[in-house]
Design a protein around this ligand. Structure first.
Ligand SMILES: Cc1ncc(COP(=O)(O)OP(=O)(O)O)c(N)n1
Ligand SMILES: Cc1nc(C(=O)O)sc1CCOP(=O)(O)O
Ligand SMILES: [Mg+2]
Length: 214
């Protein structure tokens, strides 16, 4: 697969990619050395989240980090985020051209071959592959892909930047990275850890902070 996105490129290795629901978590993780991360706040109106989104984007910029905004693409454009992450359903209702024109990166969720076809048609900056293992964080209509399926998708996608997500714990991170995926996205492995700083440090050692250049 030749990587020629219609959106600004990202490095193949985005490294450790925590997905969190508050600006407090964004601040903590940036201070801990994380350089790829996502603000994922669910089911609120734009006006309810705008201040938090804007603050997270400003922090991301201050640390020269790659901060993706989940769902709130209009706010991401308005406040000049590094990127936006969208699900398959979002693709139908989002003005992708507006994201592209504003120069924001785009990440798209996928869960099987058909969704990868749909995502590739949008030529995003990266493709997320989920959910690898069972997850308690989000109700999933599909079954976990497992490592074998994940490795098959990675092989298919060649040099396209990829992110694995779903049930990735400290114990499983090495096996996931061994598939050749460029990044591991985690929620509970950090936010539910007894010691989130130790968990983040271990995951950073395993996955890295991501490459500087695409
Ligand atoms: C890195 C990454 N991968 C997948 C998702 C899931 O996004 P989406 O399908 O839009 O679902 P919600 O997160 O909005 O519930 C993600 N957020 N990040
Ligand atoms: C937000 C999200 N999206 C997924 C997908 O497969 O698209 S899995 C997921 C939750 C990931 O949380 P945890 O690391 O705690 O399992
Ligand atoms: Mg979403």
């Amino acid at each position: 697969m030749n990587y020629q996105p219609d959106f600004p490129p990202v490095p193949f290795r985005l490294g450790l990619y925590p997905v969190v629901d508050s600006v407090e978590w964004i601040a903590r993780l940036l201070e801990a050395g994380v350089r790829t991360l996502q603000l994922r706040i669910k089911d609120k109106r734009d006006d309810e989240v705008e201040a938090e989104v804007a603050a997270a984007i400003a922090l991301g910029r201050q640390y020269n980090a790659r901060l993706f905004i989940n769902d709130y693409w209009r706010l991401a454009i308005k406040h000049h985020a590094y990127g936006v992450h969208l699900g398959q359903e979002d693709l139908e209702t989002t003005d992708l051209k507006a994201i592209q024109t504003a120069g924001l990166r785009l990440g798209v969720s996928t869960h099987d071959d058909m969704e990868i076809d749909i995502a590739l048609a949008a030529r995003p900056s990266y493709i997320a592959l989920g959910h690898v293992f069972p997850t308690q964080t989000k109700q999933m209509p599909s079954a976990p892909q497992g490592l074998e399926q994940l490795a098959r998708h990675i092989a298919r996608l060649g040099n396209y930047p990829t992110v694995a997500i779903g049930g990735i714990s400290l114990a499983r991170a090495s096996d996931v990275l061994a598939t050749g995926v460029g990044s591991i996205a985690v929620v509970s492995a950090i936010t539910q850890a007894a010691d989130w700083q130790a968990a983040t440090a271990t995951l950073l050692q395993l996955a890295g902070v991501g490459d500087e250049r695409s």
